[in-house]
Design a binder for this molecule. Structure first.
Ligand SMILES: [Ca+2]
Length: 190
């Protein structure tokens, strides 16, 4: 009986079924690649308006030994971030969260701010809509404790078949300075 049960579990996982509460974010703690300081985390893609000033760091970690360090570009109106893309379907509901902390040695400042964003896409790549978390601002982000930022239980909009889950940082109208660390991303399907 035990053997049959194990076989069932393996089958269920191999065909892509997702159990409730499973974290769909790949490389969620930014531990891959190992010894990856300065690199873009495995399975994540980056985007930027100008410079790429993001990369893995071992200066801070909420779990494991690495996090994603996101540094302001020090110029007005610049933005950048990382994202992963997942297939979605109508009738599904998603939550998306991450933990952030300001770099105590190079505190985030200026007009820097950021947010989590889910971009919902149609089959032809057209954006249906986007869901944005509360915005964190440099002046209020702690350098002493990790804070969670989250989008909670959002229904997939009609027609969407793909979602881009992004962690964004913007320099704001006067430019930003300093850096933050991001760790422990969770994407859940409810
Ligand atoms: Ca980590």
């Amino acid at each position: 009986m035990k053997r049959i049960f194990i076989a069932f579990v393996i089958t269920a996982c191999s065909c892509g079924l997702v159990l409730a509460g499973e974290n769909l974010a790949t490389n969620p703690s930014f531990e891959e690649p190992e010894n990856g300081v300065g690199q873009i985390p495995d399975t994540w893609s980056f985007f930027t308006s100008k410079m790429n000033t993001m990369g893995l760091s071992d200066e801070a970690a909420r779990t494991g030994v690495q996090s994603l360090k996101m540094t302001a570009q020090k110029a007005p109106d610049q933005y950048q971030g990382v994202h992963i893309i997942l297939p979605v379907a109508e009738s599904e509901t998603y939550s998306f969260s991450a933990h952030l902390i300001s770099n105590r040695d190079d505190r985030i400042g200026g007009t820097a701010h950021g947010m989590l964003v889910i971009e919902w896409k149609l089959d032809d790549g057209t954006e249906v809509s986007r869901t944005i978390s509360d915005i964190w601002e440099a002046r209020s982000l702690s350098r002493l404790r990790w804070e969670q930022i989250a989008i909670k239980k959002i229904d997939v909009p009609p027609g969407a078949v793909e979602a881009i889950f992004g962690i964004h940082i913007s320099d704001g109208p006067k430019g930003g300075k300093g850096s933050i660390f991001v760790d422990d991303v969770v994407i859940e399907r409810h």
